[in-house]
Design a protein around this ligand. Structure first.
Ligand code: S3P
Length: 179
């Protein structure tokens, strides 16, 4: 990788259940960076849970929250940003992240994602009669967006620590290439 990209932050994108928040915390610790999670920021700004935003205001209102938070994060430094699974589907959000961060996508198969998120009730998009079918459908639609990340890491059969280590290595490589 060469060029003049600004790489002062690191953004993790990827589908629900790929470990963005858990891996992000480990990576932030390893790099001595601040950790932020866009879903948590939205919940604290909105004063309610994501599932309540979806139920009371609808998905478009949630997506507007995501855009506002992404704009705000463009000013941060030395920060690891874990994003909500649907956030990079908006090209403007992805472009903004790429303007200041290395964008790393964490990947897993629909079956593995389902294993990891089953039993969780706080994800409105998969609270459906056939969640696995919904995961397959959403993942297929989103795959082209996730593939626009700078780095794609398969999280299947790897521990959170192993994935975090890979992310840190990729970040150091990218920083060296863009120095
Ligand atoms: C969403 C993923 C969730 C959260 C919201 C919508 C999505 O975040 O932002 O429920 O569209 O995939 P996680 O990926 O952290 O679960």
């Amino acid at each position: 990788m060469t060029g003049t990209r600004s790489m002062q932050n690191l953004a993790l994108i990827g589908f629900m259940g790929t470990g963005k928040s858990s891996v992000g915390r480990l990576v932030a610790q390893a790099l001595d960076f601040t950790f932020v999670d866009t879903d948590q920021l939205i919940e604290s700004r909105a004063g309610k849970a994501i599932s309540d935003i979806f139920r009371e205001e609808g998905e478009p209102a949630f997506r507007e929250w995501e855009c506002r938070i992404v704009e705000e994060l463009a000013g941060c430094q030395k920060t690891v940003i874990a994003t909500g699974g649907g956030l990079p589907v908006n090209p403007a959000n992805l472009a903004s992240l790429k303007s200041h961060a290395l964008v790393v996508c964490l990947w897993a198969s629909p079956e593995m994602i389902w294993q990891r998120v089953r039993g969780h009730t706080h994800r409105p998009l998969i609270n459906e009669a056939d969640p696995l079918a919904r995961i397959r459908e959403l993942l297929a639609v989103r795959e082209p967006c996730y593939r626009q990340a700078d780095v794609l890491i398969n999280t299947e059969w790897r521990s959170l620590r192993e994935v975090a280590h890979q992310v840190v290595c990729q970040f150091h490589l990218a920083q060296a290439a863009h120095r």
